[in-house]
Design a binder for this molecule. Structure first.
Ligand SMILES: *Cc1c(COP(=O)(O)O)cnc(C)c1O
Length: 393
């Protein structure tokens, strides 16, 4: 480990098997409790790896490892044998490097102007997404004689990052002749979660054509859903992110992944609302009869989507209270959420009990659908105030 790396080493204990690691406010004071099952993340990675064999299975841990925590997730996956990680930026790469000493770490957002010297410091590799980036990286590499590797991103239809297929073709003889230290040729699928979409075939074909010009350099195309498009999408390496964290990579079909997170909130009080009264901001939800409401200490400031609110016109998300599914009542506020618990027997719930907002019957995808969004956004919005528990199994 270099000095720069050891200075960055966060103060996290190694996790002995079977032990819990916890952070945040103490449980009795915490409004929300987030439990992350690292064992399930590892099991998901192993399952995806088996499906992609003989291709290498990398892990995408950008955005705080989809809200689950970069350090614990990278440590668990590196410990299980994951050799390649993808993050969004250098800050995330530094944090991943501190716990995954030997893995390759690719930075998806590539090379921001002037940042090349930071890559050797942490042995990270930029994903080069344009010819200007490539020129800046080349100049840096030849000046410093640094050949620690970089990925070349070829755009096959996303029109976001990546050089065009034509640019890639024009560049190929030069890349082959000179040592540019390109260690990976990659592209990214636009609609992998819609297997019938014609763009999948078109992107696979285009990427296949480009790869022929870059023989000897490993290729990578598939994200989580791409992995389920068949071996034609696997190439040399697959790059799942969301599926590692329990999001269904095959929407409309049974979720093959294990669920990873549980989100619970503490009931602050239980009250009775008379028929005709409203609950919450803007009076969007009216009690149709005498209603019992549990108010729990978790809101949109904790990443619980405000769009999951219930109104008179449309129901919102559900929560599990005393083992029973109960609907939200009214708007999700910043720090609080109200649940209609009228259906529960009297005295089955008390102040201080925990309700479950994600976990058990309620998947990340279900909550996302109730909020008109996708599991990715629910996960990456997970808040900072929780008491966090990292389980090994
Ligand atoms: C985020 C990302 C992935 C992972 O995608 P998932 O759908 O979460 O599996 C893979 N490749 C690139 C380029 C990405 O930006």
């Amino acid at each position: 480990m270099s000095e720069a790396e050891s200075a960055l080493q966060p103060d996290l204990p190694a996790v002995p098997a079977g032990h819990l690691v916890e952070s945040g406010p103490p449980v009795p004071e915490a409004g929300g409790i987030l439990t992350v099952n690292l064992g399930a993340i590892v099991a998901n990675w192993q399952d995806l790896g088996r499906r992609a064999m003989p291709s290498e299975c990398a892990a995408v841990i950008k955005a705080e490892a989809y809200g689950c925590g970069i350090e614990p997730v990278a440590r668990a996956l590196a410990g299980a044998g994951c050799k390649t990680f993808f993050v969004a930026d250098l800050g995330e790469a530094r944090r991943a490097r501190a716990v995954a000493h030997d893995a390759a770490i690719y930075v998806l957002n590539g090379l921001l102007p002037g940042t090349a010297p930071a890559f050797p410091d942490i042995r990270a590799r930029p994903v080069i997404g344009s010819l200007v980036e490539l020129a800046e990286w080349d100049a840096f590499c030849s000046a410093k004689q640094w050949y620690g590797g970089a990925a070349l991103h070829v755009d096959t239809g996303m029109n976001r990052l990546g050089i065009s297929a034509d640019e890639a073709a024009a560049l190929a003889p030069r890349i082959r002749a000179e040592n540019h230290g390109i260690t990976l040729l990659m592209s990214h699928l636009v609609c992998a979660e819609q297997p019938q979409h014609p763009l999948n075939e078109r992107q696979m074909k285009l990427f296949r054509d480009v790869r022929l010009l870059y023989r000897g350099i490993p290729g990578s195309l598939a994200n989580s859903s791409g992995l389920f498009l068949g071996s034609g999408a696997h190439c040399d390496m697959v790059r799942p992110g969301a599926a590692l964290f329990g999001v269904n990579p095959t929407p409309g079909h049974r979720n093959p992944m294990r669920s990873v997170i549980k989100l619970q909130a503490r009931i602050v009080q239980i009250r009775t609302v008379s028929k005709g009264e409203t609950v919450g901001y803007n009076a969007t939800w009216t009690a149709k009869h005498t209603t019992r409401v549990a108010v729990a200490a978790l809101g949109y400031a904790d990443g619980y989507p405000r769009a999951a609110s219930a109104t008179d016109a449309a129901p919102g998300a559900d929560a599990i209270v005393a083992d029973t599914r109960c609907p939200l009542a009214g708007r999700v506020s910043m720090d609080l959420v109200a649940i209609d618990i009228t259906a529960l027997p009297d005295h089955s719930v008390r102040r201080g009990d925990l309700i479950t907002l994600i976990g058990g019957e309620i998947s990340v995808d279900e909550l996302a659908a109730a909020a008109g969004t996708i599991g990715y956004e629910v996960l990456t919005s997970l808040g900072r105030r929780y008491h966090r528990i990292y389980r090994q199994t």
